[in-house]
Design a protein around this ligand. Structure first.
Ligand code: F0G
Length: 444
């Protein structure tokens, strides 16, 4: 395999500016033992010719080596934490397309829009980009059991990668608040699946205690290696754009791991000389689960302070039904650094935006559609220009939540609290008799 550089030294570093304590890359840490801050991977300065790196990344697309075929590991010089690539666990994740959606662009108030569709991943969401790295580190550390709490996609992904690596998978889900598509994936991939009568935030606290007590490796997004893999969504996007930097990258925000990963990846790509400026990050939350939006509003008005959790988060976009996002300090840093913004959208706005993405022949799951709903608001209030170069990241596949789609199109979708969602762009199936004349008359 072609390698443009030698592996740089890697370590774990406390994200907290006032601490920055450093630890060996092989320690099992999710928070800093000294100050409690979040942990991230840090590397020695990448001393490589950026043009040579770009050529290496491009050449790997024609290689049959498994690591080169992965849309994550193809960019491995940019997250050199493994000392032995035989530990890498890959399902050839990434390799997700950039798609144009003229109907969605018009709806969003833009001349054009580009979707980076992470729903094309092996298990149908962007979680695969992170999970390939998280499970590889688990294998490298000799872990036998891995666990996560999930609104569905993390668990589906972890179950698949654990099965691939021969690890035992333990999954904790909020009972009754996960789509069947995602639950079915976890069962099919053979994960031990526990449905807890609590919400995501409560279960995360529970799982942290259990992981510590039982020596299980946690693969939620406070695991720094998940973040390393998700950086590659931005590397692949830039590679596909021939390293042209868009004006905006828009993504949904839940636990805020992806926002943290995108920001870190983009900053590191700039430091490596691969790009010369940063795109602005726009994070979109669902109105009933929008603590980060509330924090941002305070920040913009100069009030500051920390995140106030939402104790009973609600949204039909169950993937982002999170009230106490773990990665908010990292995400806040990234939105600030990129000159970005945070917006929130209603259930009706998400549902209608989703139908518009569907009309482009693209489709996505509800959380992903928060991007287009947010863009529509941000163009209307002048934050994003009509002519801007915008990439919206669709995080999950349409088939993740077919129940939501059917209910929308048949006028049966209800928001939390019983408010009916209008099927603005509804498309009902028509029942017809087995009679060619009647059908022909209907179609005339
Ligand atoms: N979109 C989808 C489809 C998701 O599954 C998630 C998160 C997000 C957006 C938000 O990403 O947490 O990085 O801000 N799903 C997690 C899960 C929480 O358990 O699958 P984030």
């Amino acid at each position: 395999m072609a390698s443009a550089t030698q592996t740089a030294a890697a370590e774990l570093v406390c994200f907290n500016e006032g601490c920055r304590a450093r630890y060996a890359i092989t320690e099992v840490l999710y928070n800093c033992p000294q100050c409690g801050g979040l942990i991230e991977a840090g590397y020695a300065r990448l001393d490589a010719d950026p043009e040579m790196l770009k050529r290496t990344f491009r050449d790997r697309r024609t290689s049959n080596a498994p690591l080169d075929q992965s849309g994550v590991w193809r960019y491995r010089e940019l997250f050199p934490f493994l000392d032995d690539y035989r530990h890498a666990v890959t399902l050839r994740e990434g390799n997700t397309p950039l798609l144009n959606g003229p109907i969605a662009a018009k709806y969003g108030g833009l001349d054009r829009i580009t979707f980076k569709h992470q729903g094309f991943n092996p298990t149908g969401s962007f979680k695969d980009n992170g999970m390939t790295c998280g499970t590889s580190q688990a294998v490298r550390l000799g872990m036998k059991r891995v666990a996560c709490v999930s609104t569905g996609n993390t668990s589906a992904s972890m179950a698949a990668y654990a099965a691939t690596a021969g690890l035992e998978a333990l999954i904790f889900l909020p009972h009754g608040n996960i789509s069947f598509g995602k639950l079915a994936q976890a069962l099919e991939y053979g994960a031990k699946t526990l449905q807890v009568e609590a919400n995501f935030d409560q279960i995360l606290a529970l799982v942290r205690v259990l992981a510590e007590r039982l020596g299980i490796y946690l693969l939620n997004s406070m695991n720094p290696f998940r973040i390393e893999g998700q950086k590659a969504i931005m590397f692949e996007m830039l590679d596909q754009l021939d390293w042209r930097v868009p004006d905006w990258v828009v993504l949904p925000g839940g636990n805020l791991g992806n926002t943290s990963a995108f920001g870190k990846g983009l900053r590191e790509a700039k430091a490596a000389g691969l790009i010369d400026k940063l795109p602005r990050l726009a994070v979109i939350q669902a109105e009933g689960s929008a603590p980060f939006h509330e924090l941002w509003t305070r920040e913009v008005s100069g009030k500051g302070g920390g995140l106030c959790p939402v104790s009973k988060p609600e949204t039909l976009a169950t993937a982002i039904r999170i009230g106490d996002p773990v990665s908010w300090p990292k995400a806040l840093h990234e939105v600030r650094t990129s000159g970005g913004t945070v917006e929130k959208v209603t259930e009706q706005e998400i549902a209608d935006a989703k139908a518009q993405i569907g009309l482009c022949g693209i489709g996505c799951e509800p959380a992903s559609a928060a991007t287009l709903a947010g863009i529509r608001k941000l163009t209307a209030n002048g934050v994003i220009d009509r002519g801007a170069d915008v990439v919206a990241v669709l995080t999950g596949n349409l088939l993740k939540d077919p129940d939501y789609i059917y209910r929308y199109h048949t006028g049966q979708l209800e928001a939390p609290g019983g408010v009916k969602i209008q099927p603005t762009f509804g498309n009902k199936a028509i029942v017809v008799p087995n009679d060619p004349d009647k059908i022909a008359a209907l179609l005339a």
